[in-house]
Design a binder for this molecule. Sequence first.
Ligand SMILES: [Zn+2]
Length: 135
Amino acid sequence: MTNDPPTPQQRAAQIAVEIAALGPCLPGTLSSRMLRCGNPNCRCRDTETDQRHGPYLYWTRKISGKTVSKLLNAEQADRYRPWLANDKRLHQLVRELEALTIRTVEQAEGWGGEIALEKCGTRDRRFLSELFGFR
Ligand SMILES: [Zn+2]
């Protein structure tokens, strides 16, 4: 083993291995909210003591640009938490693979930073496979 940083091809292969091992990837975020109910006489209405109900756990994501939240119980939140973390990691890895590919393309073509990010997006699968030898 040497301490040399991996070549772009080696790093791309590492990324592919990590993505393959991720498991379920749940998009969105988990958040906790304290809420006031509709009863005007409830203790939760007292703003000085702040006895709001909760915490309530929500899974929130975007669907066609609209924010959608689902109320979760504690068991569901515990079950989905690692899947949400997996999805964050998946997006990090995809961005890294794109950045790596952009650098490789720039060097190969002598373009020096002129290529736009969208030119190397997920549409260009065939180019990626020729460059790195995977699907
Ligand atoms: Zn209340």
